[in-house]
Design a binder for this molecule. Structure first.
Ligand SMILES: Nc1ncnc2c1ncn2[C@@H]1O[C@H](COP(=O)(O)OP(=O)(O)OP(=O)(O)O)[C@@H](O)[C@H]1O
Ligand SMILES: [Mg+2]
Length: 354
């Protein structure tokens, strides 16, 4: 455990705060270095919730091992003397991607987007090559600093790839969950993050949520709409997944949906990239390394420099959290995506109607 104490820092501003987690702009008293402090109320052994302590421990452990320009740097971490609060000290970032996309008028050209995508893929490639799955890739967890450098943050639910004990202490938001995760594949791997990053990149291009579902069933249906329902040929293992859902009723699936229609602002190379990231069967999905070597980066326009990325951030709003986060579920085998096989077609139809 690191030796630094809370008294070394003075808090200047609340960035986001809710009852259990707060992120603050702060300063190291003797060096005057500006930092971000994340305080997680853990108590010990489930005094507040049973997810906060494992999430804090997890984030500290993972981040102490990682060192890459596109991954958030953990400068220090410790518990308050009463052991009730875990304190994580990070380099200070300017904004998260969610705020940049949805709360500002910043315009992103294809070359700005390419520079951002390069940094996101580089960070993710490093995380994966370190044997870690992030599991919570979403705009709110991708940050930009004052020099335009993108950094992946929030390792609260990340796990080691070879860890077969997959107990999540909370679930990632449904909008960014991969099909294999939604369908209940117990063996999913790093390609789950690639899917999530594909959804984030689509959101950056479109400037609206790619699959804005209100339920897990609607989420999977929105994915089927774009990619078709998986079958024995395209994904032989899919039938064995706990929550496999197949739609024979074609009227439910709008087969007119295409990448071109879904991402009208994307140029040809962006579409090729999105089609390689948003692949239904994880086995055929590209890896971060392959994507970095793909034609997207060797075909014009070239990426801008990070310092040229527009990053004027809108004023922060206290407590602006993702509305469909399902944060308060205690994850266990049972609360991996719920089983909807009992729903009849009429209910599914209602859930799916726009
Ligand atoms: N180092 C940082 N510098 C500036 N802002 C930050 C920093 N880290 C986090 N934030 C802000 O705080 C928000 C929440 O941080 P973080 O994702 O680490 O916490 P969380 O409680 O796990 O959030 P969530 O559950 O919403 O994902 C981020 O979306 C970002 O806006
Ligand atoms: Mg987060």
């Amino acid at each position: 455990m690191a030796t630094a104490k809370s008294e070394n820092y003075v808090i200047d501003e609340v960035i986001v705060e809710d009852s259990l987690v707060g992120i603050y702009k702060a300063r190291h008293i003797s060096t005057n270095e500006e930092v971000a402090i994340k305080k997680i109320k853990v108590g010990r052994h489930g005094e507040y919730t049973d997810w906060a302590e494992p999430a804090a421990e997890n984030e500290m452990q993972m981040l102490r091992k990682l060192n890459h320009p596109n991954v958030i740097k953990l400068l220090d971490s410790f518990y308050t003397s009463d052991s009730k609060v875990a304190v994580l000290v990070f380099e200070l970032m300017l904004a998260d991607l969610g705020r940049l996309i949805h709360c500002t008028d910043n315009r992103y050209s294809h070359s700005h987007i390419k520079c951002m995508v390069y940094m996101m893929l580089s960070g993710l490639e490093y995380i994966h090559s370190s044997g870690i799955m992030h599991q919570d890739i979403k705009p709110g967890n991708i940050m930009i600093d004052s020099h335009g450098i993108i950094k992946i943050a929030d390792f609260g639910i990340s796990i080691y790839v070879n860890d077969t004990y997959r107990k999540l202490h909370r679930l990632p938001p449904a909008w960014y969950r991969s099909p294999e995760f939604l369908l209940g594949d117990r063996q999913y791997g790093t390609s789950t993050d690639i899917w999530s990053l594909g959804v984030v990149i689509g959101e950056l291009i479109n400037r609206h949520i790619v699959f804005p579902s209100k339920s897990e069933i609607e989420q999977i249906l929105m994915i089927y709409r774009l990619l078709g329902s998986p079958n024995d040929k395209t994904w032989p293992e899919v039938k064995t997944f706990k929550h496999f859902l197949q739609f024979h009723d074609e009227s439910l699936l709008n087969n007119e949906e295409t990448f071109e229609k879904k991402f009208p602002k994307a140029n040809e190379q962006e579409l090729i990239l999105l089609k390689s990231l948003l692949v239904m069967n994880p086995k055929y999905r590209t890896t971060a390394k392959q994507a970095l070597e793909s034609s997207y980066f060797t075909t014009g326009p070239s990426p801008c420099k990070p310092e040229n990325i527009p990053r004027l951030a809108a004023p922060r709003h206290r407590h602006s959290r993702n509305p469909f986060h399902m944060n308060d579920l205690n994850a266990s085998d049972e609360n991996l995506p719920s089983d909807y096989s009992h729903l009849n077609n009429e209910t599914k139809r209602q859930l799916f109607s726009p």
